[in-house]
Design a binder for this molecule. Structure first.
Ligand SMILES: [Fe+2]
Length: 200
């Protein structure tokens, strides 16, 4: 199974009829196209976090179950900001599940009912993919559209904090992550589970 890192949007859309003043419609269309995949990633992340909220079991159930809902709320708000930026740029944000699945370049979350640490191991990889691409797009648009860059940078600060909340559960007192070098969600979940048994 492929990891969640990637990936440029595969489709190219036509330039919008208008965009924000100071940008050409081609520039506005290019930024909106890059943002569409960020919208897909955030919608996917919000759904995945809820899936984990519902499927986590075992001794750390309530801590992880309750930790995830504020993340879901924040990520949904970020998706809303990105979608409205796409519309502001003169393009049409696409928020339907079918389009998300068709456009995304990563696999569906791979873990069903499982222990808290296993899910957190898999979520470490999920966040790695979302964050790396968010940062890449922020960099790609920095010169042409600093407003979109600022929006993504602000989101990155909060998303990276959430990623740390996940990783703190996977970290040893020596600062090592039990999921290091894992390339798939299932491998990360298995490594996280083994790490817990060693230290717990
Ligand atoms: Fe709930």
């Amino acid at each position: 199974m492929a990891t969640r890192t990637s990936r440029k949007p595969k489709t190219s859309s036509a330039a919008p009829r208008y965009t924000v003043p100071g940008l050409t419609t081609e520039q506005g269309g290019m930024v909106a196209e890059a943002l569409q995949q960020r919208l897909n990633a955030l919608n996917d992340l919000a759904l995945t976090l809820k899936h984990v909220h519902w499927n986590v079991v075992g001794p750390h159930f309530i801590a992880v179950h309750e930790m995830l809902d504020p993340q879901v709320d924040a990520v949904r708000a970020f998706a809303d900001e990105v979608a409205e930026r796409i519309a502001t740029l003169g393009a049409a944000p696409v928020g339907t599940p079918g389009a998300l699945v068709e456009q995304r370049t990563w696999d569906d979350y791979a873990v069903g009912r499982a222990g808290a640490i296993e899910h957190l191991g898999a979520l470490d990889l999920v966040y790695q993919g979302v964050l790396a691409e968010h940062r890449q797009v922020a960099e790609d648009v920095e010169e042409v559209d600093p407003v979109t860059n600022d929006l993504l940078i602000t989101q990155l600060g909060q998303l990276e904090l959430f990623h740390w909340f996940i990783r703190a559960h996977l970290e040893s007192s020596g600062g090592e992550l039990s999921t290091s070098d894992a390339r798939t969600e299932t491998a990360a979940a298995a490594k996280a589970g083994r790490g817990r048994r060693r230290t717990g």
